[in-house]
Design a protein around this ligand. Structure first.
Ligand SMILES: *Cc1c(COP(=O)(O)O)cnc(C)c1O
Length: 375
């Protein structure tokens, strides 16, 4: 099946008992055993597995071209699952401009348990490759990056990983519609399903997708042992969102291009950061590695960002991204507020930077809103 079909059918067969075309929300926390250990379809206790989550996981595996997936209660819970594969003394290489919550999880939680984090200063493919050592066990990347939207070469980093190291790609920004890291050599794909996969800003969730059965089984152990699992209702909401991913991403992309092109050269904007623009430093790599661009556009403003934010009418000031409604945030104080100020400054996450998550509204009205706020 092609992706557009998989989004709607993979893991989502009509219910064999009732014919319901939507997978029922299965709220039972426990399952009857036919004699001790006599499980029907393998269900025993809902933390370990349940019909709503199993169905969502089958969909997630199929749309990332994986063979297995694990759903979690949030993107960060999914990250805890991945990091639990390691032990004290193991080394993780990442860029210091990973998602702020990821940075905090690395430096303030897992570092306490003896994991060692080598954070590349630059957010370039070379900087990541240069930071890898023979002791590296996980290379953790985000591309496009947040909030500067530069692109890392997934295939090159996959080739450069030492034996025994896993490449983890956080694919939240691109979504499976525009990029499939497993096809480029990644070992694990991470999603905050809170964003484009859920797509309606009404659910928090996470997922990890793999191709290797043993790796998936190891993750499944921690998923169950730590218990940070999504509720059946949340599984339903994510799966409901995934059904419309194709049409939503097409419109997010069109609207993002309209905004990026419409604001290029605007006297109130010092720089438009959008990998879809031919002037973007990573444009060629983006075109090679991705099938398109999602709705994220960052702007460096010339004027007062607070004034700009307060004058917007359609772009709502808030954390998060990837929903149907347009959002705007100020990364230095919001998404990346948990980074030390000197790290933020070195990365270029400056006070004049705003990040737009361009939604599905009428694109002329979105541009009008932005131009009015810039005036
Ligand atoms: C939001 C986000 C996360 C964290 O996911 P939660 O669902 O908020 O826990 C991780 N990575 C990226 C790129 C994100 O945008």
């Amino acid at each position: 099946m092609k992706l557009d079909t998989r989004l709607i059918h993979a893991g989502q067969d009509p219910d064999p008992r009732t014919g319901a075309v939507n997978v029922p929300i299965s709220m039972s926390s426990t399952f009857k055993q036919d004699g001790v250990g006599g499980f029907r379809e393998g269900y025993e206790y809902a933390r370990s597995d349940n019909p709503s989550r199993r169905s969502l996981e089958a969909t997630l595996a199929a749309i990332e071209n994986g063979s297995h997936a694990r759903a979690f209660a949030s993107g960060l819970a999914a990250e805890c699952g991945i990091l639990s594969l390691l032990g004290s003394g193991d080394e993780v290489v990442a860029s210091s401009n990973v998602y702020g919550g990821t940075y905090r999880l690395f430096t303030q939680v897992y570092a306490k348990f003896g994991l060692r984090f080598r954070l590349a200063e630059g957010h370039t493919t070379e900087a990541i490759l240069d930071t890898i050592t023979p002791a590296t066990r996980i290379i953790w990347i985000e591309t496009p990056s947040n909030p500067l939207l530069d692109i890392l070469d997934i295939a090159r980093i996959a080739e450069g990983r030492p034996a025994g190291a896993l490449l983890v790609v956080d694919n939240t920004f691109a979504s499976p519609y525009f990029q499939n890291p497993l096809d480029l050599g990644a070992d694990l794909v991470l999603h905050s399903t809170t964003k484009y996969l859920g797509g309606h800003s009404d659910v928090v969730g996470g997922a990890v997708i793999a191709r290797d059965a043993q790796l998936d089984a190891d993750l499944g152990f921690y998923q169950n042992a730590q218990g940070a699992v999504p509720s059946p209702f949340d599984c339903y909401l994510v799966q409901r969102g995934i059904k419309t991913l194709a049409v939503r991403m097409q419109r997010h992309e069109q609207n993002a291009y309209a905004v990026a092109e419409g604001l290029s050269g605007h006297p109130g904007v010092a720089r438009v950061l959008f990998p879809g623009l031919p002037g973007h430093p990573d444009h060629a790599l983006a075109r090679r590695q991705m099938r398109g661009q999602s709705g994220l556009v960052s702007l460096q403003l010339k004027g007062d960002p607070q004034r700009f934010l307060s004058r917007l009418r359609l772009f709502t000031l808030g954390e998060s991204l990837g929903g149907v409604e347009s959002l705007v945030c100020k990364p230095d104080q919001m998404t990346h507020g948990s980074l030390p100020p000197e790290v933020r400054a070195r990365l270029g996450i400056t006070p004049d930077l705003v990040r737009l998550s361009v939604g599905l509204e009428d694109r002329d009205e979105l541009l009008e809103d932005l131009r009015a706020a810039l005036a």
